[in-house]
Design a protein around this ligand. Structure first.
Ligand SMILES: Nc1nc2c(ncn2[C@@H]2O[C@H](COP(=O)(O)OP(=O)(O)O)[C@@H](O)[C@H]2O)c(=O)[nH]1
Ligand SMILES: [Mg+2]
Length: 455
């Protein structure tokens, strides 16, 4: 199926100490033999997975670069095909010249993710591992790397495979009863066994699904909304957190109209902060829209930082709003403590309170600690979890769970084996899609098109 040989730069664009390109396919060794002049051993005689020295020349005989290279013979390579990796000086122009030489000798430029797709097609990795390769490369924070690395280990794929084997066993048990319907006693006890085993699988599927929400927070970033009344100092706090003038700060109430966004890495996770328009009865359509966007940001937030101007004396409005947010992860910030002198508002004890001055940048470390505590609590299951599933996995798991539930309902309703066997088969197919044992081409195209070229 994969007769053509592909080539691509594997190292990043730009300059670096070392650059790398990779050839994979039936003619990889042949192409390498035609473009590399080895220092000693002729390439067809090179041992697999050993480093050799050589030179690559342009077609007019001019030296392009002195290189090292490694030959991998199938199936002992990343792709499972014959592969040659060439290491040279890390200059994109040099790398492109050698890629062009390879193309001149019959290679084709690889599509995004094509090396990994070949690894998948050749059974070197399953689809969950292939996806995690892309996640690992795209990760922007440490926790994203951790969940991608756990997925790359293949543990999740193995568990899915076990569940599928379980289901196949149940199917053959049930099909045996279809073949011998006259043995009633055996059938009744077998139906009970089947029911119990389906329950076990459903529980395991639910446990796998539980990792999705926390994983989503790591993959997409934790959303923190800075809310409060106008002029409380929300934008000043945003600027203090980012040490730059992200938001416009003025003494005029209602200055911030739109949601201003900024991203920080905290506890190894991307945290997306929203500075919002103040909560008050809006004047004019622009501010009205601002307040609508504020409400949306509050509704979607994982953590809310509610800022109070502690210099004020009437806190009734703030306390009412805080009371409505108690079900959220909430931190109350008493701002302008450089000015405050009077009585402080009484905040419910369960809520962490930080006293700061956004203007003078004091107290921010306590806010930082409070935020880190909330983040830890939001992600408390992830650290110990063997893996966290992504959206595609979650959809397949849900589909499988529903089909199994239907199987149990069919059994409860006294329907015969031929009915619920179909449901179990459907669940089995849903799980097969997770690891890629049955995957429509468009699903594979979508997954691999998100890769960079060269991986
Ligand atoms: N004294 C003092 N003034 C502050 C502090 N934080 C903000 N302000 C002032 O309060 C006013 C409103 O601040 P701003 O950040 O725009 O509030 P927002 O409407 O909640 O975004 C501005 O004049 C700020 O300089 C603070 O900690 N101390
Ligand atoms: Mg503002």
């Amino acid at each position: 199926m994969w007769e053509d040989t592909i080539v691509a730069r594997a190292s990043a664009e730009g300059t670096g100490a070392v650059g790398m390109l990779r050839l994979s396919g039936d003619d990889a060794v042949g192409i390498a033999t035609r473009i590399i002049t080895p220092r000693s051993t002729p390439i067809p005689e090179c041992q697999s997975r050993r480093v050799y020295l050589g030179c690559v020349y342009a077609s007019d005989g001019a030296l392009i670069d002195e290189i090292t290279f490694i030959v991998y013979r199938k199936p002992h390579s990343y792709t499972g095909e014959n592969t040659v990796e060439i290491f040279l000086h890390g200059n994109t122009i040099l790398i492109d010249l050698i890629v062009t030489r390879c193309i001149g000798e019959g290679a084709r430029l690889a599509l995004p993710g094509e090396f990994t797709r070949r690894a998948f097609m050749n059974g070197k990795i399953d689809l969950t591992q292939a996806e995690s390769v892309a996640d690992l490369i795209a990760a922007q924070a440490e926790e994203e790397i951790k969940i991608a690395a756990k997925m790359l280990s293949g543990e999740f794929g193995k568990r899915v495979k076990r569940l599928r084997e379980d289901m196949l066993e149940i199917i053959s048990l049930a099909e045996a009863s279809i073949d011998f319907p006259e043995e009633d006693d055996v059938t009744a006890s077998q139906t009970r066994t089947i029911c119990a085993r389906i329950s076990g699988i459903r529980e395991e599927i639910s446990a796998m699904l539980a990792s999705y929400d926390e994983g989503k927070r790591i993959r997409n970033g934790i959303r923190v909304t800075i809310a409060g009344q106008t002029n409380a100092g929300k934008s000043s706090l945003m600027n203090a957190l980012f040490e730059e003038e992200k938001s416009i700060v003025t003494p005029v109430h209602g200055t911030t109209r739109d949601v201003i966004e900024g991203v920080l890495i905290l506890n190894g996770v991307r945290v997306i902060f929203h500075d919002t328009a103040g909560l008050r009865t809006a004047r004019g359509i622009v501010e009205k829209e601002g307040v609508r966007r504020t409400q949306k940001s509050i509704d979607e937030a994982d953590i809310i930082i509610y800022v109070i101007d502690a210099y004020r004396t009437d806190f009734a409005g703030d306390l009412k709003r805080i009371a409505a947010m108690l079900h959220n992860h909430l931190i109350v910030v008493l701002n302008k403590t450089d000015l405050a002198g009077g009585t402080a508002p009484v905040i419910p004890e369960s809520i962490p309170v930080c006293r700061i001055s956004a203007l003078h940048k004091t107290g921010l470390d306590t806010l930082h600690s409070a935020l880190c505590r909330e983040i830890t609590s939001l992600l408390r299951h992830t650290q110990s979890a063997a893996f966290t599933v992504n959206r595609r996995h979650a959809e397949c798991l849900k589909q499988g769970g529903i089909a199994l539930k239907e199987a149990q309902q069919a059994i409860d309703n006294g329907l015969t084996e031929d009915f619920f066997v179909e449901n179990i088969k459907e669940a089995q197919r849903a799980l097969a899609q997770i690891v890629g044992d049955i995957s429509p081409d468009d699903v594979l195209d979508r997954i691999f098109s998100q890769f960079c070229i060269g991986k």
